[in-house]
Design a protein around this ligand. Sequence first.
Ligand code: AKB
Length: 311
Amino acid sequence: MNILVVGAGGQIGTELIPHLQSLYGEDNVIAADLKKENVDRLQEFSRAVELDALDVKNYREVVEKFRINRIYNLVALLSATGEKNPMLAWDINMGALINSLELSRSYNCSLFTPSSIGVFGHSTPHAGTPQDTVMRPNTIYGVCKVSGELLSDYYFSRFGVDTRSVRFPGIISSGALPGGGTTDYAVEVFYEILQKGKYTCPIPENTYMDMLYMPDALRACTDLMDCDPALLVHRNSFNVTAMSFSPKELFTEIQKHIPSAEFTFEPDPVKSEISASWPDSMDDSCAREEWGRNPEWNLASMTKDMLSEIS
Ligand code: AKB
């Protein structure tokens, strides 16, 4: 198995690379990123190359050179940043996806492109959001993710490309900071509290969103791609979650460890609107039934681990 991770310098890629190396061997994982500084950092622990996923010629050369047969396409402009420049978000998110799909088709690669809770909108049921339900997002990021799910299913049914993916909720991790998302507060808060003892939250205190701790997210990436395809009724994309909490609940949990931590709320209009349109808690039973998903971390265990890792 030769695996290429495109957009490897971000929050997920930084931790997915060592996870893949531990499962498939160091030599069989290639990390690719657009930014030279990310490639330099990735080269400290992996085989890493510079790659612009929007440049299909450059992308093809890398796939050919390393005889790639599985691609993780992690290139994305996230929800809050996407609203600042919708056309750029469309170009990046869809451009990287189309190139990944076409190259997977030509070189017989399996392909994982994360989807997101961003596919949902105000008209989706917010409690126990089902796997198959209304998907009418009100962000360009969500529009890209719905289009990506449909295109990925199309490439599977029309061309037989082995596309699989999950709808990630907010991912909490200590390896690399997220950037430009609506759920980023749940990571930022740990750094701010440990550095400054106080945090001002851009999300209203009682807004619930689904979250996953990174180890559970990484297992989702590999368990789904390694499972027997005969088990899959769905492909693009599975609801996955491990916890659902509001900022207030997370901060109360942090205060159990750091009683002096201070929290204030200054809701950001864009992030507030986006977070209000997303599910409060998703139903991930299809992922559990079809490929045995079984997350291990909850709010209490994640909070304790984050504080100790970042300290
Ligand atoms: C974001 O907030 O944009 C992402 C996501 C949930 O897809 N973290």
